[in-house]
Design a protein around this ligand. Sequence first.
Ligand code: ATP
Ligand code: MG
Length: 274
Amino acid sequence: MSEAPRRPRILAVTSGKGGTGKTNLAANLALCLRMFKVEVLLVDADLGLGNVDVLLGLDVRHNLRDVVRDECGVEQIVVEGPRGLRILPGASGVEEMVRLSDQELARLLEKIDRYCSQMDFVVVDTAPGISPGVISCLLAADQALLVVSPEPTAVTDAYALLKVLSRRPGGRDKPVSVVMNQIGSREEALRSFDRLRRTVARFLQMDIEYLGAVAWDETVVQAAKRQVAFATHYAGAPCSRDVRKLAARLVSSARGGSADMGRFFRSVSEVLNE
Ligand SMILES: Nc1ncnc2c1ncn2[C@@H]1O[C@H](COP(=O)(O)OP(=O)(O)OP(=O)(O)O)[C@@H](O)[C@H]1O
Ligand SMILES: [Mg+2]
């Protein structure tokens, strides 16, 4: 019997305000997903200021700009990161990437999409804010992971992003899962999330869900300085445990929704107890 073609679950990691921790979360979440023996591609779609490669200390020769210019195919620019994670590096300081037309962006997404047929998850790190390119990425994804830090401005900017998303066709129905990052306490995180959820339900008629929270942890800063991933180099740190839990939840919900997820042979609890 021939196997049905795989269809990856595309997760777009996004935020209203800059600096909430998207890139750190996207990279480490992608690495934690690999613990479940799934195929994962991390895409650096912060098109003008990509920095996944720097964060993970990768030696990168080509990037998405070469794909946009038709100088390389997607498979030629993919680099292998820790744990066999595949990474599509973004361009940094390249203005043309920020100004891609809708057609150029659609062509790029199509090329990436073709490469993704062998993946189970595609984790897309986006630029912050409400630029049309970011909103298009969210609309193209199966699920948006909205990273919010507890500061009031991060919460109001998250609301602003959802407002823009809700006005685009299909935007209101996009599954949005919130990750509260850099939190001091679970209670504070839940309170901030609940305020956002109620406002969004009332004024935008959108439902958002809580995926979980990641503690404020000095380890994140230390790992970034060493250009290593905290999830692999500091696996016992609170931030790593929290991100593993997020990955486990995403795997569990994907497993519920997709027939071929039966390929996972390690149980969620096994990974969480490591
Ligand atoms: N859980 C955390 N604990 C402590 N520091 C954190 C945590 N998450 C992120 N940071 C710090 O916050 C800063 C921003 O992180 P990061 O670059 O991942 O954010 P970003 O949302 O991708 O930023 P941008 O919007 O500029 O792309 C970094 O200095 C990082 O070390
Ligand atoms: Mg970033």
